[in-house]
Design a protein. Sequence first.
Length: 217
Amino acid sequence: MKTDMRQQYEKYIQKFKEATPEDIQKKMGNAIEELESSEDGEGLRNGEKAPNFKLSDAKGETVELYEQLKQGPVVLTFYRGGWCPYCNMELRAYQQIINEIHEAGAELMAVSPETPDHSLTTQEKNELEYYVLSDIGNKVAKEYNLIYQLPDYLVDVYKEKGLQVDKHNGDDSWTLPVSATYIIDTDGTITFEYTKSDYKDRVEPSEVLEKLKNVTK
């Protein structure tokens, strides 16, 4: 089953271009180019071992990656936060295929630096039936080599747009994880990865599902 994520992205990007001043679009584009040319947020690669972690879910309960791996593979996706429209569209797209992920014997974990309260809001708003985890301070994202610092000029743009990333994350660091998705096999090995500096470039969840089915055959 192919989700409608890509179609939603295209519609949103078109509306964004029509409604957003050119200078702001240019600043956002520059920030992506700067990140792409840096060594920040490169992520882990296929064949590497996924670092274990224990994180709180939206209800405050602790979830451990390697404990979950005892039951089956894990699809692990890092997102920026519930304030990000692209993240919400992606999270909803995974919800469209969550039953098929479970049928394949796997579990889905979505991780962001948001506080548990904001993670709960994200989960409830999008009606998500999978783990939504809070990586306070981006500690896990750092182990996965995913974090980057928002440039000051982009922080100003976000503030002007009312995007209170600092309040969502419970700190004023203005660091975020790049968008990344992994399939982690039961022995902790990464068998699929998709990591992009451009937050608009994300793997279609149905493609992840097909890769997952190959792992669980």
